[in-house]
Ligand binder design. Structure first.
Ligand code: FE2
Length: 403
């Protein structure tokens, strides 16, 4: 009898120790719920502080805010948004192909390069109606990325536009605007635990896609910079349509029948062995997808997260993936570089891109320790599970560009 009690007590002690271990691991990653790792309001860049307070955001407890309920275990990570959103509407599919309502409100349309990127001059996102937002979604689907400067944009409106385009991603770990879990904070001083001040040695290759470990990956993604550095801090974008069109017909046909595995940026503990190395979430997507609004084929891979072509030997997969990454990364004619300046003092620049048909890269060349700091809020609209339509065409084929 005595022995039994001792064993039970021992088991209880072990359990208590394990729960402490989980808490310690969480703290070691800096992921404390709420405001525990946030900054005082007066340390927030001045334009950000002005915008957020103008639109009623409470910064009195600090900025930004971590989610309150942070998952520790892999099964919890997999359970997040594990079923497709039955109410998803592909807004670009409903749009007027000529985009008359949107373009009537625009002073000027500038193409950033022939293959990728458009800048719209003279509109305010705050004022767009649903017809214009549908047309904007189609423009993003066609041009991959759209830039709109000089925006007076409230966080609430940025969130509302995101909700119109799909279920807004609420990240289980990443910090957000206080009270608004769907509006993510992108700010070096917070995200890196200090300002970005140094020129980086070696090769910085940060090409990636967002949230491709989700069953329904990110669709339209909207990054709004309300504090823009004097120079630098640009973002590169590359078109998946154009990358696909770089491949031979033989390789295209091979890839169209295949899928690849994508891993999450964050890792989680295994519930049955918390001492084992944390593991990422892994999901399988087609290697070539068809965009539902344009009907064009796009190459869906990225160096940061895609690690295996299903059905190939590891060594074969590694060689082929390296080639596909290079097609995106080394062909400058499938890319564009968005400079966040110029935007008028007190206003911000919005960039909206379709994450399904592109990769992007943040260029870490700016000094974030003085002057105008770089701060952004991001709203990500999740799409639906990605599909390949064997009847679909490539962009160049559909537009007759090779004739
Ligand atoms: Fe990203």
């Amino acid at each position: 009898m005595t022995t039994t009690i001792n064993i039970q007590q021992k088991v209880q002690v072990v359990n208590e120790d394990l729960s402490k271990l989980v808490v310690d691991l969480k703290n070691a990653n800096g992921f404390n719920p709420g405001f525990k790792d946030s900054f005082d309001a007066n340390e927030v860049p001045v334009h950000t502080r002005n915008r957020l307070t103008k639109y009623g955001i409470d910064l009195s407890k600090g900025y930004p805010e971590r989610p309150g309920n942070i998952p520790h275990f892999l099964d919890e990570g997999y359970a997040i948004r594990d079923t497709p959103n039955p109410n998803y509407v592909e807004r670009g599919k409903n749009a007027d192909p000529e985009k008359k309502a949107l373009f009537a409100a625009v002073k000027e349309i500038r193409q950033l390069t022939p293959q990728v990127g458009t800048e719209l001059v003279g509109i305010q996102l705050e004022k767009l109606n649903e017809k214009q937002l549908d047309e904007l979604a189609l423009l993003i689907a066609e041009r991959v990325v759209v830039v709109i400067r000089n925006q007076d944009l409230s966080p609430q409106k940025q969130l509302a536009i995101g909700k119109y385009y799909g279920e807004v991603e609420v990240h289980p770990l990443v910090a957000h605007v206080p009270g608004y879990p769907g509006i993510t904070t992108v700010w070096s001083k917070f995200n890196r635990g200090g300002p970005l001040i140094s020129y980086q040695k070696g090769i910085h290759n940060g090409w990636h896609q967002d949230m491709d470990h989700e069953r329904s990956p990110a669709g339209i993604t909207h990054l709004h910079l309300d504090s823009v550095p004097e120079v630098g801090g640009d973002t590169g974008f590359a078109s998946g349509y154009a990358a696909y069109d770089k491949l031979s017909k033989t390789l295209q046909e091979f890839l169209e029948k295949r899928t690849a595995l994508h891993r999450s940026a964050h890792s989680y503990l295994k519930r049955d062995n918390v001492l084992a190395a944390p593991e990422p979430i892994v999901r399988e997507h087609p290697l070539v997808i068809t965009h539902p609004a344009t009907g064009w084929k796009s190459l869906f891979v990225n160096r940061a997260h895609t690690f295996k072509i299903v059905g190939l030997e590891d060594s074969e997969s590694a060689v082929l993936l390296e080639y596909l990454f290079s097609v995106y990364e080394r062909n400058l004619d499938v890319q564009t570089r968005v400079t966040w300046q110029p935007t008028e003092p007190g206003l911000g620049t919005s960039v909206l891109w379709d994450n399904r048909i592109s990769q992007h890269i943040a260029i870490p060349d700016y000094n974030d320790s003085k002057g105008k700091l770089r701060h952004a809020n991001r709203v990500t609209s999740l799409s639906t599970p990605l599909k390949f339509d064997p009847e679909s065409k490539s962009q160049r084929e559909a537009l007759g560009l090779d004739k």
